[in-house]
Design a protein around this ligand. Structure first.
Ligand code: ZN
Length: 600
């Protein structure tokens, strides 16, 4: 028996998908079914059921009345024969986590559109993707990682998943996208890009070469047999978006148009490197989190939150490897890698919240904290991505310092012992395994940096690897860290952004720094300093450069529509930007393994 799902991109203007689902042997006492409240990989209750329009049910084509059990769950009356559900899904969420449909394309995740049936969790799911006159006229094609049963040249037709959990692992991109095909270790891969792009200006050869390097490196790292036999990168290109969500054999990404590689670029831009890092990150999840997984995620019905402290490993370690893979795959040199790493480290050192929340707690409470960040986030929380990646770095260095092993050893152990056989990991298990596999007691690191809130002593750790770790003050308002020759700029201790009408608003205030002491808050609109108008952040930065530490200025600002003024005393800047400098090339090898570029 299979459950038969039908989806039709029916109304591009109304953003409506038509859905029909048939199940032949519904539960005799009355079939219970639901739509997930969250999507794996994104830890927020999203209540996808709010987008359902006109849910109807039929027993052998006869209309029947459904009983709602809660906001996303229903029960049908007993039905002998075929139970059919019909409904529409309103799809107007341009993100990798939902569904989006207009005249340009249709994109959906299974969690946004497909009901799950209680008691039929193991039943195979057949999906029929129906075409429409509109789709045909616009020459729409289909991109997905879902195994095909029978499809037409454009990809419309029938697909098969082993069960519901697998059904929702295959997002679909349907439209007139640009496509690049490539092979990595003999496995067919494709990159599809949706959105307006000047395709002929894109350096397609560069894009392909770099992606092949990344994919082949990762396939080699985890080894044969490979867990995938095809892979799709689906990218939504917009003016200024960034993000991704991992799946079994595909990933949905969003990137800024400017971050793509253009033929006129003399070298890879910072934005393009960030895009490649994102690709490396999501591809790495094919192993780490899609197959090596917490047990609680495997067991979840996606209706209530699944709580785990393990995201330091699944997101932190993946973040550590994403930039490292660009280096190991030969895309960037040591210098660029250390600069990327310094920037990643800076993001931790700039968060006073790291002394208030542990990474383990950040992971556990991600549902309400990390995924629902407000303007106070830098003062109150720490990211399990960024600090998790520093725990991974520290682990790698500690293991290498005392043995011939490395973090790769743990990763491969987890892959072969838990990932391949799909055995879920229970809480704290990875920490115990790190010590067991390496025969080193690594528990003090976990005690202080994962469950505790302490900084890791990178000064001491990097010493053994020929790298000097140092902290410097910011040299510009949006200083991300890494090396800088420029002069130190006085900080007002707040993140600022330009407004549409020639002023500057405060987006975050760092506790106990200048803006905080002056009583400024997030949302305040700064219009003048010392009675001279402030039009944008650049102009403000220029003026700050000329000022002396401890100098006081009068700051005029609007809070809502009320005008206020305050004395802002410029404090000496904090040293919170990380710089990594090579002091001994031979020792760097002990960590980065490959020959250090002589050009350094
Ligand atoms: Zn991730």
């Amino acid at each position: 028996m299979t459950i038969r799902y039908h989806i039709t991109p029916a109304d591009p203007v109304g953003h409506l998908f038509d859905l029909s689902i048939e199940i032949d042997q519904p539960t005799p006492s009355g079939q219970i079914f639901s739509l997930p409240n969250w999507i794996p990989g994104s830890y927020l209750i999203r209540d996808f059921s709010k987008h359902i329009v006109q849910l109807q049910a039929f027993c052998n084509d006869r209309p029947i009345q459904l009983t709602p059990l809660n906001k996303s769950k229903w029960q049908a009356p007993p039905c002998e024969g075929t139970l059919e559900l019909r409904y529409q899904i309103y799809a107007w969420d341009l993100s990798v986590r939902g569904a989006h449909f207009d005249q340009q394309h249709a994109f959906f995740n299974g969690t946004s559109v497909f009901m799950q049936f209680e008691g039929h969790e193991d039943t195979a799911c057949q999906l029929s993707l129906h075409t429409t006159e509109f789709a045909n006229q616009n020459q729409w094609r289909v991109a997905t990682g879902m195994p095909e049963i029978s499809v037409n040249d454009s990809g419309f037709g029938d697909y098969l998943a082993q069960d519901y959990k697998e059904l929702i692992e295959y997002p679909f991109e349907v439209g007139r996208f640009h496509q690049l095909d490539f092979s990595a270790k003999g496995i067919p891969h494709k990159l599809v890009l949706t959105g307006k792009i000047e395709w002929q200006q894109i350096d397609q050869a560069q894009l392909k070469t770099d992606l092949v390097k990344i994919c082949e490196y990762e396939l080699d790292l985890f080894g044969k047999p490979y867990p995938i036999n095809q892979y799709v990168f689906m990218v939504m290109v917009t003016e200024n978006s960034y993000g991704g969500l991992e799946h079994l054999n595909s990933t949905a990404l969003m990137c800024a148009r400017d971050d793509l590689p253009y033929k006129n670029d003399s070298k890879r831009t910072a934005g393009y490197l960030q895009f490649l890092e994102l690709c490396a990150h999501e591809y790495f999840h094919t192993w780490n989190v899609k197959r090596i997984q917490p047990e609680v995620y495997q067991a979840s019905d996606l209706l209530t939150p699944a709580y785990s402290e393990q995201l330091w490993w699944f997101e932190g370690v993946t973040s550590y490897y994403d930039a490292l893979i660009l280096y190991r795959a030969g895309i960037i040199n040591v210098e660029t890698y250390l600069d990327l790493l310094a920037k990643q480290m800076t993001r931790v050192y700039r968060m006073p919240g790291r002394f208030k929340q542990s990474v383990a707690e950040s992971s556990y409470l991600t549902w309400t904290k990390f995924y629902q960040q407000d303007e106070n986030a830098p003062n109150a929380i720490i990211s399990y991505y960024t600090k998790g990646s520093l725990i991974a770095l520290a682990l790698d260095l500690m293991i290498r310092q005392k043995s011939d092993l490395s973090l790769d050893t743990i990763l491969l152990y987890l892959w072969n012992t838990f990932g391949r056989p799909r055995i879920g990991l229970v809480e704290n298990q990875i920490e115990t395994l790190c010590s067991e596999v390496t025969k080193q007691d690594l528990s003090p690191l976990f005690q202080s940096a994962l469950h505790g809130k302490e900084d890791i002593d990178f000064n001491a750790l990097f010493q053994h690897f020929g790298i000097e770790f140092s902290l410097r003050a910011a040299t510009q308002l949006n200083d991300l860290g890494g090396k800088s020759e420029a002069e130190t700029v006085l900080s007002i201790g707040a993140n600022l952004k330009n407004t549409q009408h020639n002023s500057v608003t405060v987006s975050h205030v760092f506790e106990n720094q200048s803006a905080y002491m002056a009583g400024l808050s997030a949302g305040d609109e700064i219009i003048a300093i010392n009675e001279v108008r402030v039009r944008n952040t650049d102009a403000l930065a220029k003026r700050l450069l000329r000022m002396q530490p401890e100098e006081s200025v009068t700051c005029y600002y609007f809070r809502r529509d009320e005008l206020y003024q305050t004395e802002l005393t410029l404090l000496p800047p904090m040293a919170d930007r990380v710089v990594l400098t090579v002091s001994n090339k031979d020792l760097v090898n002990k960590w980065l393994e490959t020959q250090v570029n002589e050009a350094l």
